[in-house]
Design a protein around this ligand. Structure first.
Ligand code: ATP
Ligand code: MG
Length: 206
């Protein structure tokens, strides 16, 4: 049996939720559906930038979208995302264009060539009109090292096909990219197993 006290709490809760619903409906009324694709940036030093991008890819695939993914840094090694997206070869084009981590390649000129090759694949995807979502994984890193001219990159992002959504990931996204973006999310590191001496984990980190 509900006590008088609980009944009062329930009634107060209901009134409070009614007010929230009215406020939410009112806010939604003032918003409009977008008629263009958005530019999303995932940056910061915490884990989850690429992970969140791949989560969005899952949503996009669910709606039957075509998705392009360019990986700027990751080399040819086996990753969970690569194995998974290969099951969707009609919907997903995954281009792994990196030569590996910059500290492994140790070759600036080779990295710059790889960045340019990856970028032209990304531009092709963004302008073709075939892809509703394009993920430029670790583009921010490539910009941070100045492997690509910032103004050209920003211009191409802004001149993409109007219906193409883009996610750019990577630490230290430059201010010019933040300014051009519709959404910027900063992943903040609170704790990471790496700091406790744990190696990257299959299925979680790659
Ligand atoms: P993920 O690809 O796992 O979503 P991310 O895109 O946020 O991570 P990156 O900068 O691309 O982060 O890092 C790639 C690798 O570095 C991943 O294995 C990730 O777990 C690890 N990493 C991310 N953040 C940290 C951190 N704060 N300390 C140590 N390692 C990290
Ligand atoms: Mg990443």
């Amino acid at each position: 049996m509900t006590s008088d006290h609980d009944q009062t709490l329930n009634e107060v809760h209901k009134q409070h939720m009614k007010q929230q619903q009215a406020a939410h409906r009112n806010r939604m009324k003032q918003k409009k559906k977008t008629d263009r694709g958005l530019l999303l940036v995932h940056t910061g030093h915490g884990k989850g930038k690429s992970t969140a991008a791949f989560g969005t890819v899952a949503r996009a695939l669910g709606w039957g979208w075509k998705v392009g993914i360019v990986q700027f840094i990751k080399g040819k090694w086996k990753t969970g995302e690569k194995q998974f997206f290969s099951r969707f070869d009609e919907q997903v084009t995954l281009r792994i264009m990196g030569e590996g981590f910059t500290w492994d390649t140790q070759n600036r000129e080779q990295d710059i060539r790889a960045a340019h090759a990856a970028w032209s694949v990304g531009v092709e995807m963004m302008t073709s009109g075939a892809y509703q979502l394009v993920v430029l994984d670790e583009l921010n890193i490539v910009l941070r090292y100045n492997y690509l001219p910032h103004d050209e990159v920003i211009a191409a992002l802004l001149n993409r096909h109007p219906l193409c959504n883009v996610i750019a990931t990577g630490r230290d996204a430059p201010a010019t990219l933040l300014a051009a973006a519709d959404q910027v999310t900063e992943m903040k590191n609170i704790k990471h197993p790496f700091e406790a001496g744990i190696k990257p984990v299959r299925g979680i980190d790659f």
